[in-house]
Design a protein around this ligand. Structure first.
Ligand SMILES: *Cc1c(COP(=O)(O)O)cnc(C)c1O
Length: 475
């Protein structure tokens, strides 16, 4: 399998080459040249799921996209990643019923209690494997508002050849999120709390990455959500959800996905393009409704920092959706010229593009199955209360946005799977606001906030971060 850029660059790298890279050289995102078709293999894959389990299902999907890792090694990497010990159940991503026809699909039982573990744990093992083969090293520099940073750190801790330098806005993450990250004492994990907001952290990462000489000398890489390997790992749980919700391969399901950067739901799009019978992919946003606006109107309007609200589902607080270009590329019949014109020229010049008059826009729903909706703080609280009262299920704030929007898009006779993207304990203050009591703490997380911490407080200055990296990557 070869990969192409959504903006038309001529290079056609293989999987392991783009594994350690971010954007394509022309600023586009990588996608496979074609989507492997599995419609006539559904019975066989259902059998793999039923008899051999999640890790082997992951192997069967991943090997369609990865031909530069020997199959035996890839299988071993999948089996090392997706274990009961790490995810707490043999099903790895089990379903729990809500009202008739609606299910939660648990994706948040990994080490950091958010769905990002599903992909990041695999990425950690892939990085260690590939860096080992190349005799290379990687220093991951990131910015996090909470979930990505901790998922990356728990995936990379103790891994050979990898260090993590993670910036986060000082005092802005939830107390639980801070405790999760800062209690990691591994030598290859570096927490840097920046005196500023999340945008300051992102600006620092950009400034460091734009210093190409520094970047090369210190082998700087990223693990952000545009990484194709992360997206690919997420494709697998759409299959596992489908097989759990259906008994026959003629049945269809729908998914609702709490969305921010469009990475998670883009994996659903890939699964659907492969032939998985998905009737509808519902994009749920919070008050930061860039994506809902697009699917309703055809207008994609990037927000400014000031227009981006801080909400009680903070992992969905985005000003633009960094994976969205992948879907638009497919929507436009893979027209790289037009994709570049929209995402580079028009966004840079005007901050928006408008597809409302383009014939492709109607296809987002009619051909690609997309629908969307939005949820506010009041909706979130009401949904948490209602779901707890009726079903005894306490959902996190992001998942609540998904449940709220899912209920507006039910199709008769089609199971609706709402992806549970985090556990409530990560966002305890809002749960307490909704229910009057804090959420339950999963076993193993007792006393987390009291553990010793390793974190460095730094002014929002890229030069300071660079000096710190240089000092800690010296051979
Ligand atoms: C990252 C995250 C999201 C958004 O996922 P995208 O892939 O960026 O759309 C939603 N919920 C939680 C809890 C997250 O951590």
């Amino acid at each position: 399998m070869r990969y192409l850029s959504t903006r038309g660059h001529a290079a056609r790298p293989g999987f392991c080459d783009i594994l350690l890279e971010g954007l394509a050289p022309d600023g586009g995102l990588y996608l496979p040249e074609t989507y492997p078709q599995i419609s006539d293999r559904l019975a066989e894959l259902r059998q793999v799921w039923a008899t051999r389990g999640y890790a082997d299902l992951a192997f069967e999907i991943l090997k369609l996209y990865i031909d530069d890792i020997p199959e035996a090694d890839l299988l071993a990497l999948c089996r090392k990643t997706y274990t009961r010990a790490v995810y707490g159940t043999d099903a790895i991503v089990p379903l729990r019923p809500l009202e008739e026809g609606v299910f939660l699909q648990a994706l948040s039982n990994g080490p950091t209690l958010a769905f990002k573990d599903m992909a990041m744990q695999l990425l950690g093992n892939l990085f260690e494997y590939e860096l080992g083969r190349r005799g290379a090293e990687l220093n991951i520099l990131g910015a996090t508002s909470g979930d990505t940073g901790s998922a990356a750190e728990y995936a990379m801790r103790g891994k050979q050849g990898v260090r993590v330098f993670m910036t986060s806005p000082h005092g802005r993450m939830s107390p639980f999120q801070q405790a999760q990250m800062f209690s990691l004492l591994d030598a290859n994990i570096h927490n840097i709390a920046i005196e500023g907001v999340f945008d300051d952290c992102q600006d620092i990462v950009k400034a460091v990455s734009n210093d190409l000489d520094f970047k090369r000398r210190h082998k700087i890489g990223t693990v952000n959500s545009i990484n194709w390997a992360r997206l690919l790992a997420q494709v697998v749980y759409y299959f596992a959800g489908y097989f759990q919700a259906t008994t026959k391969d003629t049945e269809q399901v729908a998914f609702t996905v709490p969305s921010g950067n469009f990475g998670n739901v883009c994996a659903g799009h890939v699964a659907r393009m492969m032939g998985l019978p998905i009737a509808r992919l519902v994009v749920a946003t919070n008050e930061n409704d860039v994506l809902d606006e697009f699917f309703r109107t055809g207008m994609y309007r990037v927000r400014t920092g000031g227009d981006t609200q801080e909400t009680s589902s903070p992992s969905m607080d985005i000003s633009k959706a960094s994976n969205f270009e992948r879907f638009v590329f497919d929507l436009l019949g893979r027209d790289a010229g037009l994709t570049q014109q929209l995402f580079k020229d028009e966004i840079n010049a005007k901050g928006f593009f408008d597809l409302s008059a383009h014939p492709a826009f109607a296809q987002a729903q009619a051909k690609y199955g997309f629908a969307s909706g939005k949820s506010t703080h009041a909706n979130r609280l009401a949904t948490i209360r209602d779901t707890s009262a009726r079903f005894g299920e306490v959902v996190d704030t992001h998942t609540a946005d998904g449940v709220k929007v899912a209920r507006e898009h039910l199709l008769p006779g089609v199971p609706m799977l709402v992806l549970e993207t985090a556990l409530p304990i990560k966002f305890a203050a809002t749960i307490e606001e909704a229910l009057g009591h804090p959420p339950a703490r999963p076993p193993g997380f007792e006393g987390l906030e009291a553990k010793p911490r390793k974190v460095l407080l730094m002014a929002a200055d890229a030069a300071l971060v660079k000096a710190y990296i240089a000092e800690h990557t010296a051979a």
